[in-house]
Design a protein around this ligand. Structure first.
Ligand SMILES: [Zn+2]
Length: 447
């Protein structure tokens, strides 16, 4: 049985081979005919082709004609470079860097294809849709350092009622950002609102996508004062290994310990919330240093520690300025003589003089003055003239309707505090412009 099968298999395989040979011969003949026909077609002089041709199409062989060779598959490195280019251009587009996005695409003509052309058109369309912001209402919100640990801040001790009034918690601030974005706000640099022509403040043309509203944000007293230690706040700003500004909370570097790293991360994920990378203004006093570094009490530290603090203050300020943050003077002393506006010329000269001498060299010069306690002075007050002589031309006080004025040599902008005080006692002031504060109010606050 085993052998018989073998014999049969031998016979049938010979028959198959004979049939195969005949078949191959036929195919060969057919191919010769096709190739010959194709060669003859190629040799025809000035054969008109294309859809416009009035000539009948050359007779096609009945079997499939030789086709164009498949295009070489694209080098994977080129495909990858284009994917990266498209991603970078989209990120720039989302942050309103339209010109930069177009330049990026145009700078790589070797990567151009339908996809890059489509994106290029999309960016050009968005750029063409920008309109000058002409509304009279402007928006400026402000905070203090955020409460990270509500158990510590609201522990019922002496400080707790003040924190409940004047501070905002991390959870509240984090919840506000998407609500502000959904309401059409886009962060702008306060310098996008004003330009000084021969020393006179004039409204600067601000181009925004239709319907967007310009929002200035500021944070007061980014000094991490001693009295806040152990009350559930960050203790200082610092840099991570990539040079990005983070918070230090309980000795650990974190990216959710205050406004700066939280907003940096939010804008990185939602570039459309920031007009060309703008973040906000950090207002600094000086009597306990800056950013949590006690650089005005160097006598309390050894030489090396003091130098390290000065260098760190400079490095943090530089990193902030490079990432869309501005720095403002919030007076040096934050003394009560500001609050009751009894500050004398001698006192204001001492106060601002110390800020200029002991803080500005490390955080950089600024033209923004954010008044302590939100106080205002009469326009023609000699103390205003003194502030202007010291280089300030943007003055921000506190006013929940956020009046914005270009007044001679000054630009004034009132600010609304989105803190416990306003959220709990005057919620309408917030809901009128922004969102319903009851939707973000931290349940950990004292009832
Ligand atoms: Zn203050």
């Amino acid at each position: 049985m085993y052998c018989g099968t073998d014999v049969q298999r031998g016979r049938s395989s010979r028959r198959r081979r004979w049939r195969t040979n005949v078949f191959l011969a036929l195919v060969l003949l057919l191919e010769l005919a096709v190739v010959g026909g194709f060669a003859a077609w190629l040799l025809l002089p000035d054969q008109p082709t294309g859809p416009d041709s009035q000539q009948p199409a050359p007779e096609q062989p009945s079997v499939s004609a030789p086709v164009e060779p498949e295009p070489m598959p694209e080098d994977p490195a080129v495909t990858q470079a284009r994917t990266q280019l498209l991603e970078e251009a989209r990120q720039l587009m989302r942050g309103y860097y339209y010109e930069e996005a177009l330049q990026l695409l145009d700078g790589s003509p070797d990567l151009a294809n339908d996809e890059t052309d489509t994106l290029r058109q999309e960016i050009a369309d968005l750029q063409a849709q920008l309109v000058p912001y002409t509304d009279g209402q402007f928006y400026h919100i402000f905070f203090h350092s955020l409460i990270v640990d509500t158990d510590k801040a609201f522990d019922g001790d002496y400080d707790a009622p003040g924190y409940d009034l004047y501070m905002t918690t991390v959870s509240e601030f984090t919840a506000m950002l998407p609500k502000l974005q959904a309401a059409g706000f886009v962060l702008v640099d306060i310098h996008d609102l004003v330009e000084f022509q021969d020393g006179v403040a004039v409204r600067k043309e601000l181009l925004l996508p239709p319907g967007k509203k310009p929002l200035v944000l500021s944070v007061d007293d980014v000094n991490y004062y001693q009295y806040m230690a152990d009350d559930g706040f960050a203790t200082r700003l610092d840099l991570d290994e990539n040079g990005q500004v983070k918070t230090v909370v309980d000795g650990v570097l974190t990216d959710d310990g205050d406004v700066v790293p939280i907003l940096d991360r939010y804008v990185a994920e939602h570039p459309e919330f920031s007009w060309r990378g703008a973040k906000g203004i950090l207002a600094l006093t000086g009597y306990e240093g800056a950013f949590g570094y006690r650089i005005t009490d160097l006598e309390d530290y050894d030489e090396a520690t003091g130098q390290a603090m000065l260098q760190k203050t400079q490095a943090v300020a530089q990193a902030l300025r490079e990432t869309g943050w501005q720095i403002a003077c919030h007076s040096y002393t934050h003394n009560q003589y500001w609050n009751n506006r009894t500050i004398t010329m001698d006192q204001i000269q001492y106060d601002i003089g110390r800020w200029t001498r002991d803080i500005a060299p490390y955080v950089g010069e600024t033209d923004i003055f954010i008044s302590p306690f939100g106080v205002s002075f009469a326009r023609d007050d000699a103390r205003m003239a003194f502030l202007q002589e010291q280089g300030f031309s943007i003055y921000c006080h506190v006013d929940s309707t956020m009046p914005t004025k270009w007044d001679g040599s000054w630009f004034f902008q009132g600010r609304i505090n989105l803190d416990g005080l306003t959220m709990k006692r005057y919620p309408d002031r917030i809901s009128k412009f922004f969102f319903d504060p009851s939707e973000v109010l931290d349940p950990a606050r004292p009832q």
